[in-house]
Every structure is written in structure tokens, then in C-alpha cells.
Ligand binder design. Sequence first.
Ligand SMILES: [Zn+2]
Length: 351
Amino acid sequence: MKYSRRNFIKTASIATVGSFIPADILPANKSALQINDNISKIALTGNCGYDTSSVEKALNVNPAVMPLTDWKLGTSLSLTTPDIEKNMLILKEAGIDYVEVGMHSSKDMELAKIITLVNDYKKAANITGINIWSIHIPFGWNFDISLPDPILRERSRQEILLTLKLAKGLGPYQKAILHPSYEPIDEALRTAHIASFRTSMKELGPLVEEEYNVRLAIECLPRTCLGNSASEMMMLVGDIPSVDVCMDTNHLLNEKTEYFAEKLNNRIQTIHVSDYDGIDERHWLPGKGIINFPAVINALVKSGYKGPFMYEVSINDYDNDMQSFANDLVSVWKNLIKGYEAYIKREIEDK
Ligand SMILES: [Zn+2]
């Protein structure tokens, strides 16, 4: 795998990495404070020639340097995935514990059919031990909550709430992924779309949390869609704490994914992972495109990210062969862990 060092983050300190150790992965006799203290001492020796044995020791005692082995894998799946129980079992046995369910619009499918599929899904998840982490709310003009026209916006609001009602049978799950707009967004109307979106979120965020016990996660998007940069995402949800952010690693066409991850920090509570060429979204397996995954993962670790490593890779190339798909997701993850470990070691050595 090619990992460019172009975007190497010089400023990330070892002490900062140490400060985000999840309590449940600490060695029994070490407190986060003790470990941070050890790491800080090493960091403080700076460029004055610290001896490498203390770095090696730090690598051994500090699980934050290699915490990824504790992360759980997930993948997005359509509600219409055939043979769902058989396929969930394949995922589970391969080492994938979580799924995100791509919901269908009531415009495209009869309600009774959606309800049947939801019930089948939940049953399959229970039998196979798969956790449903999130749902993906459909997108399109019918679901665009940024529309400046209040009547059309209310129609979208009703569609979103209907989806949540239908998805109740999948619960309890954690996040409902929502696109901040459809596309294309007319540049002259962009400010109006942003204002409408914000008004909607201030009302919908608390309502969804209260009624469905789920948090909306607003996804960054490519092209002219709303939320196509870190600064715009901050404008959309920065001061609305009742909603989270979903970072799609292959949606940022104007800035590096790791930049977005650093800026949005712990507002990112769920992710869609895939690779791209920087020109448009591709939903490739990580490693096929240009994303500097060690830097992206490092930013997530530092932000204290606790959600699953949720792939949103296109299954189309696999011709419905779930076994090959699952094997590839897991083996790519193992490579990403190796790449991340090497990145952290270089970071320490460069200090
Ligand atoms: Zn996505």
C-alpha cells in the first residue's frame, strides 16, 4: 500500500495521542494519567536525543500507540441485501461486527415491504450476533431538509420522520445518517439552503433524540452539496450539539480527509470509510486511491473516536459474493493497522 507522507502532521504530539486512551483498553495497573505522564516525559525530551529504548518502552505500555486492534469493523448494507441471515453470518465469521442499514424511500417501495424487510433484518441480526449501529436515511429532493421553500422542506421532514418510524424495528441503534442536502445546489441559493438546514436541525435534532433515542449524524458530501468542506460543516452544525457528524472519507473533493477529521474532531461520531481518486467519490477499498489513511486514523484516534470502522465500499464489483467482500474488508483493515503503526513510529522518531 502506498501511504504518502506529504501530509505528515508534524504538530501531533505524542502526549496528545496518549491523552485519548479509552479507559477500557488501559492495562489493569496503569491509569491514563500515569501513561500520559510517561509519554509526556518522552515527548518533552524533544530533539535532544532521547534514547530509543524509552520510546520502545512507551510503545509497549501505551495502548494509544496501537489501539486499533480494539476497534470494531462494520460495513454498510442495503435493506434489500438478499439472503440477509446467511450474509450476516458470513460477515460475523469474517470479523465484522457492525452494519449500517441503507433504508429505502417509501416512494420506491411499498410500506408493507419495508416493514417486512426491517423485521427480517432485525431477526437476522439477532441470530447472527451482528450489531446494527446505524441507518442511512435515503437522499433525494424528497429528503432534502435544506430546501428554502417551507412547504417542500416540511415534505422532506415528514419523509425523514417516516424513515425513522419504519427503522424503529431495527433498534436500538445509535445513529441515523442524514445528507445535509441533495444536489446540485445553486450557488446563489447556497446561503438560504444553509439557513434552512440549520433551522431544521435545531428542531429535528432534539426531537429525533427524544422520540427515537437516536442521534442524527450529518454526512459531509462532495460536489455542490451542502457540507462539502470542514468550514461549511462547522457552519451547518458547529453550534448545534444535538446532532453529530458522519465523516465520509471519500467525499471531500476540496481538502484532505485528515484535515476535515482534525477540524471536526470529536463532532465526528460515525464514519463511512472508502478510498477515491480525489476527483469524485468512488467508494473503493482503502489503498486503491489517494487517501492518507494513517493520517486520517491518527486524527480519529486523537479525537477519541469510539464508533466502528464502518466501511461504505461498493459491493458491485463482487457480484454479490459476500465472502470475498468480507475477506477483503478484513484484510484491508489489517494492512491499515500496520500502516498506522509505522506512521506513529515515524512520528516518534521524527521528534
Ligand atoms: Zn457515505
